[in-house]
Design a protein around this ligand. Structure first.
Ligand code: MIG
Length: 658
């Protein structure tokens, strides 16, 4: 049961797809002062799940989290905000309920940080809808919430293949080389990503003609090899006379305005930019249709970046900073001046004050950006998705975004942003998955191998052994970091075997993905969502995948194994290659399991089995008609399959028993 409690004048975020009448009467579970403060008292053992992309574990108790979409490459333990705002929580303990704070501005969740046994949720304004969801169990509550926020975005089947990306593929030859090297190595590959380097001067929907002389031809020749090119699109539009996107945006008032009613100027990769006002439906369809210029060239997937929106500086703040630095010229600078100057420079990027300086036109009303900040990225991806549904109605286009709000899950997936090549970030990325599923995001994944910092061969192997279970399985890294395509490493063969295992698992992973989308379920669950025992509640580094598998990845340097908790008897599968593996019956309880660097270990749940394919060089060549099985003798598996491309899933959906 879902009830809405309405405070002040809430902004319509469009997070929900159903209209729920506001309930008169007192908000249950929380104490509230009517000014945007909500308090909940915990028992010692209460657990809080949710908050989507936020850092710090599956159980959110013990830290404070702020929903404020931020270009934040520091996914450190003391971070408060990343790229998404997913204000849905589930409290499990003395009471069981879900709560969604439907609020598009800044809102903070102090979950036992100030006071260990108190949750304090607060926003700067109390104009919001609070939804309380009660139900039989955690899965039921999540399911009810998911129904209310609408069916999740459906990715094409090919998007389950392996993808290679790197900020710094400067020319089309770089792209061709990636394809060639992987072909030589025999690694399956379905996509190569184009980062900002393909654009002309970082202008959206342009292609640099010197470095990518014929994108259409390149896309065609890649398609022949089963490879999709997936270009990036940034939120900011370069200010440049003669550039059609800029000129049309100005002429039609499609850009965000400053207080004087002029187009707001920020700076990102192209230098000075305007930001499309994605809250205007006309601006959305205009910007969305621009994606068609690339689909005409054979492109069928996009990733939307910098859409928090990230702002490197504003004209005013940059000139202030330059003056501050200039005023120090020739002086003997002491410690405090040094640090305050450094602070001024560092504070230029995505400074909160910029977001007070521009406005959206919402049905003729000027709405300050900071009041609805967390809706911006969502509406960019919505623009792209809605336009492509019209331009290419016969097929699914791949979309994933960096910034998001609940509701964005209907328009695309997300990737988890600029992680680092750190061991702890394997775990971090994994812990985000169930909470993202709760918020509706199912097509998800983090940069495999790590984005920032230099990866290592062993980190890469371990990361692949985890990431091969995530819908988005993409190797991506930052400009200037160590090259991490698999062929850069001595263990490229072992890595390739892991990618092949991924392809063998695709029938299962895609089927569980479809189930999660169609039935509004979670694909990644904490153990405690299926098992009631006290120990399952504490497990932070294992996950259930679909209804059949459990994973317990290795995320520590030089570890030759790890402890695993089995909440029931399970079958261990130890694989070196898709056709070279052993199985072992394990009993419920704690075990130490050895896992060599070139082995993949995962578990099939008791009396269950999964389909298993023969790998192929791309998803288009996977033979789904002759599937093998892994798991318990006699167990049945209901497999969901469809043609992987028709946007209307029910048109081609089949459920077969395997
Ligand atoms: O300021 O386009 O998260 O994936 O490679 C960095 C360059 C901008 C951030 C994205 C990252 C991408 C990078 N972008």
């Amino acid at each position: 049961m879902i009830s809405r409690y309405s405070f002040g004048k809430p902004f319509e975020t469009e997070a929900l797809v159903v209209k729920i009448e506001a309930t008169e009467g007192k908000l249950p579970f929380f104490r509230t002062d009517g000014e945007g403060n909500y308090y909940y008292d915990f028992d010692d053992k209460d657990i809080v799940y949710g908050l989507g992309e936020q850092i710090r574990g599956i159980n959110k108790r013990g830290w404070t989290y702020t929903s404020w979409n931020l270009d934040n490459p520091h996914h450190h333990e003391d971070t408060h905000s990343l790229y998404g705002a997913h204000n849905f929580l589930l409290v499990d303990g003395k009471e069981l309920f879900g709560v969604f704070f439907d609020f598009p501005g800044k809102i903070t969740f102090d979950i036992g940080y100030t006071k260990r046994n108190e949750m304090h949720v607060y926003a700067d304004r109390n104009d919001m809808n609070v939804y309380i969801i009660t139900g039989d169990n955690k899965k039921d509550i999540v399911n009810q919430f998911r129904v209310a926020i609408g069916q999740s975005y459906l990715a094409p089947f090919w998007a389950f293949g392996y993808g290679q990306s790197k900020w710094g593929y400067i020319t089309e030859d770089d792209v061709r080389r990636v394809a060639e090297e992987y072909a030589k190595l025999g690694t399956p590959l379905d996509s190569i990503y184009l980062d900002i380097d393909y654009m002309q001067d970082f202008k959206d929907f342009t292609v640099n003609p010197e470095r990518f002389s014929d994108l259409k031809k390149l896309a065609e020749s890649m398609k022949e090899q089963g490879i999709h090119l997936v270009p990036i699109i940034d939120a900011g539009v370069k200010i440049e006379d003669g550039y059609d996107v800029y000129e049309e945006g100005v002429a039609n008032n499609y850009f965000c305005k400053n207080e004087e009613g002029k187009d707001f100027v920020g700076a990102v990769w192209p230098g000075k930019v305007h930001f499309p006002d994605f809250l205007q439906p006309e601006a959305r369809s205009w910007f969305g249709e621009k994606y068609g210029e690339l689909t005409k060239l054979g492109i069928d997937g996009f990733w939307n970046d910098m859409n928090e929106p990230a702002i490197f500086y504003s004209e005013e703040s940059l000139s202030e900073a330059i003056d501050a630095v200039a005023s120090l010229k020739g002086k003997n600078i002491g410690l405090s001046e040094y640090f305050s100057t450094m602070g001024t420079i560092q504070g230029l990027s995505s400074n909160p004050k910029y977001y007070d300086q521009f406005y959206h036109n919402v049905n003729g009303q000027m709405v300050r950006h900071s009041d609805i900040h967390n809706l911006f990225g969502m509406n960019m991806t919505r623009a792209a998705n809605e336009a492509l549904c019209k331009l290419e109605p016969e097929k699914r286009t791949l979309f994933f975004s960096r910034a998001s709000f609940i509701g964005a899950h209907r328009y695309g997936g997300i990737w988890q942003g600029d992680n680092l090549s750190w061991w702890s970030h394997i775990l971090q990325g994994m812990q985000q998955l169930p909470a993202l599923n709760m918020a509706g995001f199912i097509y998800i994944g983090s940069d495999t191998g790590g984005f920032g910092a230099d990866t290592t061969e062993d980190l890469m192997l371990r990361w692949i052994q985890f990431a091969l279970f995530t819908p988005l399985f993409r190797n991506h890294s930052a400009l200037g970091t160590r090259e991490q395509e698999l062929y850069q490493f001595d263990s490229c063969k072992a890595m390739t075997e892991m990618v092949k295992i991924r392809y063998a698992l695709i029938p299962y992973l895609y089927s569980e993905y479809l189930k999660a989308v169609i039935n509004n379920d979670m694909m990644f669950k904490p153990l405690s969502f299926e098992f009631d025992d006290e120990e399952s509640k504490c497990v932070e580094d294992q996950l259930l995948i679909g209804n059949e598998l459990m994973i317990a990845p290795i995320y520590k340097q030089n570890a030759s194994g790890r402890y695993v908790y089995l909440p029931e008897d399970m079958m261990l599968i130890r694989m070196r290659k898709y056709d070279d593996y052993e199985t072992e019956q394990m009993t419920k309880g704690h075990h130490y399991i050895k896992v060599a660097l070139d082995e993949l270990v995962f578990f099939v749940r008791k009396d269950k089995a999964i389909p298993f394919a023969k790998p192929a060089k791309s998803t288009s060549e996977l033979d789904l008609n002759s599937l093998g099985r892994l798991g318990y003798e006699g167990a049945k598996y209901e497999m969901y399959m469809d043609d992987g491309i028709n946007p209307d899933v029910s048109a081609t959906l089949k459920r077969v028993e395997i």
